[in-house]
Design a protein around this ligand. Structure first.
Ligand SMILES: NC(=O)c1ccc[n+]([C@@H]2O[C@H](COP(=O)([O-])OP(=O)(O)OC[C@H]3O[C@@H](n4cnc5c(N)ncnc54)[C@H](O)[C@@H]3O)[C@@H](O)[C@H]2O)c1
Length: 376
């Protein structure tokens, strides 16, 4: 983790009131600031300096640059633009939410694989919940397009794209450095990026097994390895009321086996093992770690893509006896769900907001399956 990220996370933690830290924006230009610190200031001294002052809008660290502080991204950006004689891009409005819907208000989230599918739905719902959301994806064009749409609709900065390949440690570190210079740190990390290659155990290649395991299992491990360090710094310099959350998007196939889909189910079961282990370790940092196990997202690209989706594949291979249309195949799978419909990003985000709000639970795997999979 570079020193800018460490300072940014310290400032975010030290400015926290209750469970909300300030948004911290970094700029290399050195300006006249509320607080000027030596180039080699320790994280602890910096945190104490911040806590001893009532209101700080900017902090300069000599030879490094300036950190701008605001209640929202646009407030922090306004101060930055004022110093640099440029214009802030968006107007800002205040949050009006209450209760569970407000738990992410003015907090920072990263959603991996956020450009499409469940990830896109989670991003949209977290933005509704007034979070600042980083859409972290290999598909950076898709992430940019979604962020532009959301920012335009909201008339303020609610989402920012960031490139990541969750199988590559350097890429994960670069993602977190990018988030730190644009927000100061992260309160909620949603490990959603995931892939599936279904095949019989007798036929699946070692290469396909590795592909699925690298993204779903190893990718989760590597992301938590680095994101937990940023959360640790924030938590160290915040007061005791400050909690951060890591959520793994597992699957109903993380709770029960999936026929001819062992590499996927194995990676999702394994992910829950990581969740339980991380939860035990990170509890000392006030970081909760939970998995959410959604049922099938029939309206998402995996199932409904008109060319490559599972419905069209199952229709063409005759997997569903008597099915003549895609609608027949879809009805067959919906009938397996007691609530008779697929899962979507809204259903999953309700569980995420519950896990964030709940300060007395960690290490759990929460099913969101319309009753298709029940815990025992
Ligand atoms: N679709 C379902 O029915 C279903 C059901 C239960 C659980 N899930 C889980 O939900 C999550 C999302 O699934 P989905 O069906 O919405 O997926 P999807 O294929 O529609 O989208 C996945 C996203 O992840 C990104 N991605 C893939 N590999 C990546 C990597 N190495 N680094 C960064 N980004 C990467 C892709 O670019 C894409 O934007 C997965 O973890 C999946 O296992 C899906």
């Amino acid at each position: 983790m570079n020193i800018i990220t460490q300072y940014a996370a310290t400032i975010r933690g030290a400015t926290a009131k209750g469970n909300k830290g300030a948004i911290v924006l970094f700029d290399k230009a050195i300006n006249k600031n509320d607080l000027v610190c030596d180039a080699d200031i320790s994280l602890e001294t910096l945190a104490n300096e911040i806590k001893s002052k009532d209101l700080i809008k900017s902090i300069c660290i000599k030879e490094l640059g300036t950190f701008y502080i605001g209640d929202s991204y646009d407030y922090a950006n306004e101060t930055l633009c004022m110093f640099n004689n440029t214009t802030a891009q968006f107007a800002y409005t205040s949050a009006k939410l209450t209760g569970r819907s407000a738990v992410m208000s003015n907090r920072v989230a990263i959603v991996t694989g956020g450009a499409q599918g469940f990830g896109e739905g989670i991003v949209r719902q977290l933005v509704e919940a007034e979070a600042l959301v980083f859409i972290a994806d290999m598909n950076i064009e898709g992430a940019k397009k979604l962020a532009d749409e959301l920012n335009l609709n909201a008339q303020k900065t609610v989402a920012l794209p960031v490139a990541v390949n969750v199988t590559d440690e350097d890429s994960i570190i670069a993602m977190l450095d990018e988030v730190a210079i644009n927000a100061g740190g992260v309160d909620l990390f949603v490990n959603n990026a995931g892939v599936l290659k279904a095949a019989s155990v007798k036929e699946q290649t070692a290469q396909d097994l590795k592909f699925v395991t690298d993204v779903n299992y190893t990718g989760y491990f590597l992301c938590v390895k680095h994101v937990s360090k940023v959360m640790e710094i924030m938590n160290t310099y915040a007061d005791d009321a400050y909690f951060t959350d890591i959520i793994q998007i597992s699957s109903k196939s993380g709770l029960e086996g999936s026929n001819k889909n062992g590499s996927y189910a194995g990676s999702k079961f394994g992910g829950i093992g990581l969740t339980q282990s991380f939860a035990l370790e990170l509890v000392t940092d006030n970081t909760k770690v939970n998995s959410i196990c959604p049922g099938n997202f029939f309206d998402g690209p995996l199932w409904s893509d008109p060319e490559r989706g599972l419905f069209v594949q199952y229709l063409n291979t005759g997997k569903v006896p008597g099915a003549k249309t895609i609608a027949d195949v879809k009805a067959f799978y919906e009938a397996k769900v007691p609530m008779n419909r697929g899962c979507d990003g809204k259903d999953v985000t309700k569980a995420i907001l519950y896990a964030v709000e709940q300060e007395y639970e960690t290490g759990q795997a929460i099913p969101v399956t319309g009753g298709q999979v029940m815990l025992n």
